[in-house]
Design a protein. Structure first.
Length: 265
């Protein structure tokens, strides 16, 4: 493990593997280097790139610093880009896609950007996320109920069926999820105002100037795919691509060839 220090003093843990141009992978909600798709994806990409996987603040071996703001997570990514040599390709999935877009919009030196299934709600193909969603996450975390925060996220944030969420409590991964549950409020902040079933705000990502690939899975639900299509239109010059046969649980072997082709073309 290696570390870099973010602007506010937070220690960000990362792993570097492979050789070639730098690619930084940005995880989605509750994932980190030891739990999620980034590490197996890094193995698929390492023959072509120097791949950086990292634990977003409050997860895995990274520390955390209050108060939280989206700008602090952007600073974390900026510190990693500097560590990687000053520029990098960046790939983000789910809320990691939201964070990567925030970083690009803020002007970080990202050479090319690729994002997969930023879970926006832009129409009536699913119920909007409740207006008190972030508040309920905050309350559950503040009162020491991480399991309740996870259930709120799973049921109302990403629409996992209730029986599946119930069974998750008895799986070996549940304690790992509870440990990082406090960071769900960070993901909620990234979605603020973007999951209420209304069209995306005009000029929201006007500052994204680098080539951008916006992706979805061919077997994902309509609400996710509609949101991705809207995002591709909202990001200046973005390319929209669908990966056949994939859902939000994207397989590293399915996306790796797409990223290799895109980043090296």
């Amino acid at each position: 493990m290696s570390t870099v220090t973010s602007q506010d003093g937070t220690t960000i843990a990362y792993t570097r593997t492979g050789s070639g141009p730098a690619v930084i992978l940005v995880d989605g909600a509750m994932c980190h280097r030891e739990f999620g798709p980034a590490t197996p994806l890094a193995a698929e990409l390492a023959g072509h790139f120097t791949v950086y996987t990292y634990d977003r603040r409050g997860r895995g071996e990274s520390t955390d610093t209050e108060p939280f703001s989206i700008a602090r997570e952007v600073e974390d990514l900026d510190a990693l880009i500097k560590e990687a040599g000053g520029t990098a390709y960046v790939y983000g999935i789910s809320s990691g896609a939201a964070l990567a877009l925030e970083a690009a919009n803020a002007g970080l030196p990202i050479t090319k950007l690729a994002v997969y299934e930023f879970p926006l709600v832009v129409d009536d193909t699913r119920p909007p996320v409740p207006s008190d969603y972030a508040e309920r996450l905050e309350k559950a975390i503040a009162t020491g109920r991480p399991g309740s925060a996870i259930k709120t996220f799973m049921r109302e944030g990403v629409r996992v069926p209730a029986p599946v969420v119930f069974m998750m409590q008895f799986m070996p991964t549940w304690p790992k999820l509870k440990k990082v549950a406090p960071t769900l409020r960070y993901d909620a902040a990234l979605f603020d105002g973007l999951h209420d079933g209304t069209p995306l705000p005009e000029e929201r990502w006007a500052g994204v100037s680098m080539p951008t690939l916006v992706m979805d899975g061919g077997k994902s639900p309509a609400w996710i795919r509609n949101g991705v299509a809207a995002l591709a239109k909202a990001v200046p010059g973005a390319e929209h691509r669908t990966i056949a046969g994939q859902t939000h649980m994207l397989k590293p072997k399915a996306v790796a060839p797409v990223l290799i082709e895109y980043f090296t073309s």
